[in-house]
Design a protein around this ligand. Structure first.
Ligand code: KG4
Ligand code: ZN
Length: 332
């Protein structure tokens, strides 16, 4: 049995979890900094770093207590942390703390790629997922179609050529005066809107596996300038429909092209109600298994980092203690 303390501080969630053998979550604590950044309309990197510094020790303590492990002799076999990609100041707080715990407890240190954490998330709730899988990874910084042959074995099929899907949600929410974080705000207001009320483009429709969302955001801006009286709920619903149409169509085609057994959602945007509903519909129509993690497992958390660390330890062993935080860390 391998019990891992995992830490995640790549953006605006301070999170710690204790995960056993990559799938059993003994504790998972997520402290969101939403209130801190909301008044600025987005994440302020400097504030995020300072807040992680204040919050991390209590968050780790809570994760250890909830997992029923003793802080002095914690019964932890390894300490894992997100080493990138993310905000450098934010990452550094988690990486430094994880190294300190690893040294103090004399247990291995494991540096994890945040994207690998998102890819591992579905396996926590469905440990018997059968590959090959097509994963649609949609977060604030990334939009990718990944063919997954098994833990740690991936191929990138396509990605965004400009804005990430989550970034587009956040920017359009700002245009609509819905504040930060934009994704959940659009999700909520879109329920009262008519998705057919505004005609918006479906960028790169039917063209390969890459995505483009910056033109869609500009299209929303133009529509709002020309028709300022439009109801925000209608604009939000039309925008969400356009994004989800493109995401689901490309994911479906990619899944069928690679002969995937299932389609898996990952990343913060996978918490979106319409995307979850449409992904399920498409799986039923196409004879694919649907793996849609719970919302809390889609957005940033440390349990997914603990799951990915279990694979990493198994495949590559511990990371050297001189591994640094890397804001541009790549998985592909
Ligand atoms: O994975 P995540 O928590 O952090 C990153 O790794 O980026 O994703 C955050 C992104 C944000 O852009 C946020 O607006 C979006 O996920 N998001 C959503 C929803 N919940 C979070 N987008 C659409 N609908 C949601 N319900
Ligand atoms: Zn993330």
């Amino acid at each position: 049995m391998t019990r891992i303390l995992a830490i995640e501080t790549s953006c605006d969630e301070t999170a710690a979890a204790v995960v056993e053998d990559g799938t059993r979550i003994l504790s998972s604590v997520v402290s969101s900094q939403v209130d801190l950044h909301a008044r600025y309309g987005g994440v302020v990197p400097e504030l995020a770093g300072r807040a992680h510094l204040e919050l991390l020790t209590p968050v780790v303590a809570q994760a250890l207590i909830e997992a029923g492990v003793d802080g002095r002799r914690p019964g932890i076999d390894a300490v894992a942390v997100t080493a990138g990609p993310g905000l450098i100041g934010a990452l550094l707080v988690g990486v430094s703390a994880a190294k300190a715990y690893s040294l103090a407890w004399r247990v291995p240190f494991v540096a994890v790629n945040h994207l690998e954490g998102h890819l591992a998330a579905a396996f926590i709730e469905e440990p018997h997922l059968e590959p090959p899988l097509l994963v649609l990874l949609v977060s604030g910084g990334h939009t990718m179609l990944v063919a997954m042959a098994g833990p740690g074995r991936y191929e990138l099929l396509g990605q965004t050529i400009d804005d990430a899907a989550g970034e587009a949600f956040d920017k359009v929410a700002r245009l609509l005066g819905l504040g930060y974080p934009g994704g959940p705000a659009i999700d909520a207001i879109a329920m009262e809107g008519d998705p057919k009320s505004v005609t918006l483009p479906r960028p790169l429709w039917g063209e390969g596996y890459d995505f483009s969302f910056s033109g869609l955001k500009t299209a929303v801006m133009t529509v709002l300038r020309k028709q300022p009286d439009l109801h925000p709920a209608d604009v939000a619903a039309s925008f969400q429909e356009a994004v989800v149409d493109v995401l689901v169509d490309k994911a479906r085609r990619a899944a069928l092209d690679i002969g995937a057994k299932g389609l898996c959602l990952a990343g913060g945007v996978a918490a979106n109600s319409l995307l979850r509903e449409r992904a399920l519909d498409v799986c039923i129509e196409s004879g694919l298994s649907a793996f849609i993690p719970s919302r809390g497992m889609c957005t940033d958390n440390a349990a997914m980092i603990g799951a990915a660390a279990f694979w990493r330890l198994d495949q590559s062993g511990p990371s050297p203690l001189d591994t640094g935080a890397d804001p541009n860390l790549r998985l592909f």
